[in-house]
Design a protein around this ligand. Structure first.
Ligand SMILES: Nc1nc2c(ncn2[C@@H]2O[C@H](COP(=O)(O)OP(=O)(O)OP(=O)(O)O)[C@@H](O)[C@H]2O)c(=O)[nH]1
Ligand SMILES: [Mg+2]
Length: 385
């Protein structure tokens, strides 16, 4: 059983009572961790905790301060905050689902953030309300990359039609996926009709984002060559469009060549979306060229897939996949986090290795122990921690 972690998923109810730092209005008053503002004598009265009704109303009216605080609740690892966020989300659910969800991936430095800023500005000019999110399963508590992006998206972040939110901090992969999805739903409830989601880092973030969005763009650079700039074929298989960015200045000619190379490669790849041929396009986030065309492509995609039913089919399967993934994670953590199971594990492992029992018998034994233990425990109510 080596390799299994025994952490509890961040959304599971536990008996933990510690208050997480970083939640507005709450300070950890543990000795040695006193708010320095306090001791410096310039203590400001803390912000009032918003009620459930106030959050639902504030988000519905697109009050950005309330929306931010609602997302902070979603991201909190405190069980009470989690439960409150779930109740709010439940009430806002009828307002969700109407936005177009677009994911943007690509190697570091490909120009994703710059492209999102240019694209976001263009969409705001056209009357849309745009929310920009990032997904970074490796981000630590500091939310480092997000701050960087906020400054890089300087003009967009100052617009009232736009809302930019960094990736939820680390934790389990399932935790980041859950928080990102629920953040997206909160933004939709607030009336944002285009959601742009940037993947940060290479690896798991592409899969998480693909599983949340309708349309997925892969941003690439010139000089695809044989090595595909480290982009695996697997990622090309997820893309509904390949955008050769930085098609400007001296790079334009090379960009055109690269586009042709990608077009040829795509022919051998199964399309990401049934009935939609993936193509490569040129863009320059700096010179703001190719962006209108790209938006046209997204619009045509939406129209065609809506008519064919593929659009809704994907959303439905995304919802169910999400539910199953959460069940998997929850059960996994309940099982491997269980003290009795952990207590018996060494002995059972030895028995398997010694050829005394088969792995199948070991599983039967462990599950029996687990069942008996669970049956004796009280039921879990995720919504009322
Ligand atoms: N010439 C040119 N430079 C660009 C273009 N788009 C982005 N850049 C530059 O490329 C660099 C990286 O851009 P980012 O937008 O930060 O790239 P990113 O993909 O978000 O990078 P990470 O978030 O670090 O993965 C910056 O210096 C940008 O100014 C473009 O269209 N043309
Ligand atoms: Mg970026």
């Amino acid at each position: 059983m080596a390799g299994y972690t025994t952490t509890t998923p961040d959304w599971a109810v536990s008996n933990q009572s510690a208050v997480m730092s970083g939640i507005e209005g709450i300070k950890d008053t543990t000795v040695g961790n006193i708010n320095p503002e306090y001791t410096a004598g310039n203590f400001k009265p803390r912000k009032k905790n918003l009620t459930e009704d106030e959050i639902v109303e504030g988000v519905s009216n697109c009050d950005r301060t309330v929306l931010s605080r609602a997302i902070t609740l979603i991201e909190s690892n405190n069980p009470q905050h989690f439960a409150k966020a779930q109740r709010v989300l439940q009430r806002l659910l009828p307002r969700t689902g109407k936005a177009l969800r677009v994911g943007i991936t690509g190697v570091p430095g490909a120009g994703k953030s710059t492209l999102i800023e240019a694209f976001g500005n263009m969409l705001c000019d056209a009357g849309h309300k745009v929310a920009v999110l990032a997904v970074d399963p490796t981000s630590s508590i500091t939310k480092g990359s997000i701050l960087g992006d906020k400054t890089r998206m300087g003009t967009l972040s100052r617009r009232v039609e736009a809302f930019i939110r960094p990736s939820p901090a680390g934790g389990t992969l399932g935790g980041v996926a859950r928080k990102s999805r629920e953040t997206m739903l909160m933004c939709e409830a607030a009336g944002y009709d285009v959601i742009l989601i940037e993947t940060v880092g290479v690896g798991q973030s592409e899969t998480i984002v693909r599983s949340m969005v309708d349309f997925f763009m892969l941003v690439v650079l010139t000089g695809a060559g044989d090595d595909l700039q480290g982009i695996k074929k697997g990622i090309m298989e997820l893309a509904d469009a390949i955008v050769v960015n930085k098609a400007d200045g001296d790079n334009l000619v090379k960009a055109k060549v690269t586009r042709g190379e990608y077009e040829r490669m795509i022919e051998f790849i199964r399309p990401a979306t049934e009935g939609w041929p993936t193509h490569a396009y040129l863009a320059s986030a700096i010179e703001k060229t190719g962006l209108e065309e790209l938006w046209q492509v997204v619009q045509v995609f939406k129209k065609l897939t809506t008519e064919s039913g593929v659009f809704q089919k994907r959303r439905d399967s995304q919802l169910l996949d999400w539910m199953y993934a959460m069940i998997d994670e929850h059960l996994h953590n309940l099982f491997f986090g269980d003290a009795v199971i952990n207590g018996r594990m060494p002995e059972i492992k030895d028995a398997v290795l010694g050829g005394v029992i088969s792995p199948t018998q070991a599983v039967a034994e462990l599950v029996k122990i687990f069942d008996v233990k669970r049956a004796a425990e009280k039921k879990v109510d995720l919504f009322n921690a």
